[in-house]
Design a protein around this ligand. Structure first.
Ligand code: PLP
Length: 396
């Protein structure tokens, strides 16, 4: 088991090592895990702090962009949902497991996102699998942004057609791939809306312009839904795209701070999913207290716009000082260290300044740091982060 930033891994004349406090390596050893293991367990202290190996640190990780998971209204909704409805309907919604809470939540989601229907799923990951099961055999080719979420890649296994990757967020690359297809090709385009690793928005308008007739666009807006847009309707709202033009998949575990997922689309598509998706038919739905919490989270995000405004103010603070490190209105700062040693130095400085290093490891990719702002971060916490990033030359 190798810890990535052990002293022995750093080159002998690595300048960062000169100033390294020996205790820091001991600390890193305690919290580092092998790349093939889960990351170190964290303990939440409050909206912007976690505890790690006994230390309280400022937290810029995760996707709870409004910290709704800790909101008293949401906690109370979980408790009352449990009391009134119990935990688990213990059956699929097609047998005896349907419940009025699910139907209310679907109606509220449809109204929040202004879509004809919303179909609830037990998590965000499965939304994309369900959509693909419903679309199996309907397209001659699938085109997918090369940096899409893993659940979108997994979903393509159900499509029964060749799958072509195109360069990240690049309409010209998409157009080149489309030009290579036979004249009668029917295309399914799959992409994230707001990319969770770097905060970019997919150029959906440009995609719609180059797609051949009878194409369909599937947008996984797990990070955008609830987070961005004047009304919190996500990437489509920000880019001015009518929801009818796309099938959207969302997660309730990020901006909504709860758990679960939903597919937003037409009535016709909902019927098709119900008829054709084994996952949707055979899966036990979301636990009832979580459906109750999701209803409350929707109502908080609908009635209280101040959280979205506060998040945008925090994003604006970062943009003012460091315009190239963030893609407003996205709250994410992705930092890719130039070398392992540089990453180690950044980790070290973050820890020295009381900030948890949100180092992300995905199989087959180099480590990077993903900082996510929330509406709850205070200006001083953001200043501290920017100070460390500047000092470590993180954006050079
Ligand atoms: C883009 C994207 N899609 C889907 C998911 C899966 O959502 P969930 O965690 O609700 O299963 C994630 C989770 O990180 C995600 O980032």
């Amino acid at each position: 088991m190798a810890a990535l930033f052990r002293a022995a891994d750093l080159p002998a004349r690595e300048p960062a090592k000169k100033h390294c406090h020996p205790q820091w390596f001991a600390y890193e050893d305690r919290v580092s895990r092998a790349a093939s293991d889960f990351s170190e367990p964290l303990q939440q202290v409050d909206g912007t702090h976690i505890r790690l190996a006994g230390r309280k640190l400022i937290y810029f990780g995760g996707c709870d962009y409004f910290r709704l998971s800790q909101h008293p209204i949401i906690r109370r909704a979980v408790e009352s949902g449990m009391r009134e409805h119990g935990l688990n309907p213990a059956a699929s919604r097609f047998t005896t497991g349907n419940h009025q809470l699910y139907e209310r939540l679907e109606a509220e989601l449809g109204s929040f996102f202004r879509t004809e229907t919303a179909t609830l799923t037990s998590n965000g990951y499965s939304t994309n699998l369900i959509v693909a099961q419903a679309l199996q055999g309907s397209f001659s080719h699938a085109l997918i942004d090369g940096r899409s979420h893993r659940s979108l890649f997994d979903s393509t296994a159900y499509l029964d057609c060749p799958v072509i990757r195109f360069s990240h967020a690049d309409p010209a690359a998409l157009q080149r791939e489309i030009r290579r297809l036979p004249a009668k090709a029917t295309v399914l385009l799959l992409t994230d809306g707001l990319f969770g690793h770097n905060g970019r928005l997919a150029p959906l308008r440009e995609y719609l312009e180059v797609l051949p007739p009878r194409s369909q666009l599937v947008v996984d807006d797990a990070h955008g839904a609830g987070t961005i847009g004047r009304h919190g309707r996500g990437t489509c709202e920000v880019l001015g795209i009518a929801p009818e033009r796309v099938i959207q998949t969302i997660s309730l575990s990020k901006a909504f701070g709860v758990y679960g997922g939903a597919i937003l689309g037409s009535r016709k598509f909902r019927t098709r999913m119900i008829e054709r998706s084994g996952f949707l038919r055979g899966n036990t739905p979301l636990p009832l207290p979580l459906a109750s919490a999701a209803l409350s989270a929707l109502s908080v995000l609908r009635s209280d716009r101040s959280r979205r405004a506060q998040l945008q103010r925090n994003i604006g603070r970062v943009q003012e000082q460091c315009p190239d490190c963030i893609y407003p209105p996205s709250p994410i700062i992705g930092v890719h260290p130039r070398t392992i040693a540089h990453g180690g130095k950044l980790s070290e400085h973050l820890l020295k300044n009381g900030i948890h290093p949100p180092r992300i490891r995905y199989e087959g990719e180099t480590d990077y740091f993903r900082f996510a702002l929330s509406s709850e971060h205070r200006p001083a916490e953001i200043e501290k982060l920017l100070g460390v990033l500047r000092c470590c030359d993180a954006f050079a």
